[in-house]
Ligand binder design. Structure first.
Ligand code: FES
Ligand SMILES: [Fe+2]
Length: 427
């Protein structure tokens, strides 16, 4: 369990909160590049870390992310006209460039210089790996652009999707570092999903329901090792990477692509579940891409607002017959919605004072401790938190079979670093 004060600290990310300020030390995914597909295309509402923002792409292809509301009298600039290198408020015509600077005030006297004094809060918005990233912290502390491997491999080797999730970011993220649920919740899909099936490791997953967890601190977060029995007394290790604040990489399976998530707060009761699939050394095949677009693997079928088609309003399309027949363990189809349905069922912010944690929750416990320590050091001494450094971002997950006397953190040390052009360690 977690004391209420710590639960509040870890789940509140608005601008004035301690964690909100620390979250703003990182570049975070804001939109898919496909959401702003052309110069002067319609602007898009974006809510991040409890701030309401508007994103647009100007006539010259520059991206802007700024306060959603016009400085004049508070109109949502979603109604704005995106034209001639700026977003123009449709009420009285004030116009803003991608930095939030007001560049035209047509309802003022012609020679007034007042527009120069008006600037909306704005944040950089930069494309990398098909994702538009933003940094919402103090400009003088802006770190270099992110170098997570999925975002830096060639475009044909990577695919990213996002889905709206109706709960606090932390309970979604805790699902991402809780490897023990895979053998239960996802057991019906491991051998059938096109992006998972056929790997030798799957049988170890399904054959040993009591993994032993060994969690080791890494520079940027944690290595979460889950040990299951393999043949001849050897161990099958699945090593998940968690990089602060909310980047997780799932251990690979066979020759499949590698997948993982980013969990980004929209506000304290909703988050974006970003899901990526990439392969460090090969392009994704057409059939893999077709499966990803169809919501297979860790992706989900979503509507044009990125809300899953199976959602809490339709009970996630619960199929009791499939549950009874063992086709799916929970009756919900697909990895993504199997996770999201249960995490949303906990309520928008789960009361962690009432939970009962056991040994397989050690990754979750250590992640909370690491976050709390980092918040304290950041608030009291201004220490830059783990995960901001590019070195911390250039990491990988791994799946390996090791003799029983070899600690995974030594035997798999090199496999846990992202070496460009080197295939992942996978079983
Ligand atoms: S409210 Fe935007 S110009 Fe008046
Ligand atoms: Fe899951």
């Amino acid at each position: 369990m977690l004391k209420k004060e710590y639960n509040d600290l870890l789940t509140q990310t608005g601008p004035e909160t301690p964690f909100g300020r620390m979250f703003r030390c990182y570049w975070i995914p804001a939109l898919l590049a496909e959401e702003l597909p052309a110069n002067d295309c319609p602007p898009v509402r974006v809510k991040l870390l409890s701030e309401r923002l508007i994103a647009f792409r100007d006539t010259d292809g520059r991206y802007g992310l700024m306060d959603e509301f016009c400085a004049h009298r508070g109109i949502s600039l979603w109604f704005g006209r995106n034209e001639e290198c700026g977003l123009r408020c449709p009420y009285h015509g004030w116009k803003y460039d991608v930095t939030g600077q007001c560049v035209d005030m047509p309802n003022e006297p012609e020679h007034s210089a007042f527009a120069k004094k008006v600037k909306l809060t704005s944040y950089p918005l930069v494309e990398r790996g098909g994702v538009l990233w933003t940094y919402m912290g103090p400009p003088e502390q802006q770190p270099p652009l992110p170098e997570y491997e999925f975002a830096t491999v060639p475009a044909a080797q990577t695919y990213t999707s996002k889905r709206f999730q109706e709960c606090n970011w932390l309970q979604a993220m805790e699902g991402g570092i809780d490897s023990s649920h895979v053998s239960f919740l996802h057991r019906g899909d491991i051998n059938t999903d096109p992006l998972f099936k056929g790997a030798r490791g799957n049988q170890y997953n399904l054959g040993d329901l009591r993994p032993v967890f060994e969690v080791v601190e890494s520079a940027g977060g944690l290595f979460i090792g889950a040990r299951r029995n393999a043949e001849d007394g050897n161990y099958y290790w699945r090593i998940t990477q968690w990089v602060m604040p909310s980047y997780t990489i799932i251990p690979p399976r066979g020759t499949h692509s590698v997948h993982g998530h980013f969990w980004i707060p929209i506000d304290d009761e909703n988050c974006w579940a970003w899901s990526f699939d990439y392969h460090p050394t090969r392009v994704l095949t057409e059939s893999e891409l077709t499966a990803m677009r169809a919501g297979k693997g860790i992706h989900a079928k979503v509507d044009d607002q990125y809300r899953p088609i199976a959602n809490k309003d339709n009970d996630y399309l619960m199929d009791r017959a499939a549950q009874k027949a063992g086709k799916t363990y929970s009756g919900i189809e697909g990895f993504a919605m199997q996770d999201a349905s249960l995490q949303e069922s906990m309520g928008p912010v789960v009361d962690r004072t009432k939970e009962t944690l056991v040994s397989t929750d050690s990754g979750i416990i250590m992640a909370r401790q690491k976050l709390l320590r980092a918040i304290k050091a950041f608030m009291e001494q201004g220490v830059v938190p783990p995960g901001v450094s590019l070195e911390h971002q250039r990491v990988r997950s791994a799946a390996v079979v090791l003799p029983p006397d070899q600690p995974f953190k030594d035997a798999a040390r090199d496999a846990l670093i992202a070496h460009p052009g080197v295939a992942p360690a996978s079983v």
